[in-house]
Design a protein around this ligand. Structure first.
Ligand code: DQA
Length: 157
């Protein structure tokens, strides 16, 4: 193999990759309770994050699922491929020991994000089952929280 090809392969291998995980009902952003979550769609959030990633030299993969097991499997795969995770587990924040356990198996920075301030809402939203196992939590800054999370990860990885 020539040097150029091998350098290119190493660059590809070492490329900074960040996975953004969106939990249940976040595919409905824009339509869903816009007074709480705003009018921006998930596609817009993802494409803004990918553009920001390009500026930061980070390749951003976005994943959304309404299924707990699918999110667990995606987190398990991330161990081998990703340098950091941004996760909004949505309603699973408050219920999923399975997502917590999957995150616990990772050794990369993880930022938990919520569009709304979960501590200013109904009492059942005040408890996050992942907040004590993630690197940091951003809550209540609207969708700006996603770009803040990516900027923060860029400094950590
Ligand atoms: C949310 C807050 C959760 O309580 C809720 O179930 C969501 C979204 C947020 O981004 O503010 O679906 O995670």
């Amino acid at each position: 193999m020539n040097q150029g090809v091998s350098n290119q392969m190493n660059q590809e291998k070492n490329k900074m990759k960040v996975l953004v995980i969106h939990g249940p009902n976040l595919n409905m952003l824009g339509k869903r309770e816009p007074e709480i979550y705003g009018k921006i769609t998930l596609d817009e959030i993802n494409s803004d994050l990918k553009n920001l990633g390009k500026k930061l030299g980070i390749s951003v993969e976005a994943f959304q699922s309404n299924h707990e097991g699918a999110i667990v499997e995606k987190i398990q795969e991330a161990a081998a491929t990703q340098k950091g995770i941004i996760i909004n587990p949505a309603a699973y924040t408050h219920t999923s020991i399975a997502i917590r356990d999957a995150l616990l198996a990772l050794d990369i920075p993880i930022i938990e994000i919520h569009i709304s301030n979960i501590y200013k809402r109904e009492p059942f939203r005040h408890k996050s089952l992942i907040s004590d196992v993630v690197t940091a939590q951003i809550t209540g800054l609207g969708i700006k929280g996603y770009s803040m999370a990516l900027n923060a990860l860029a400094e950590m990885i």
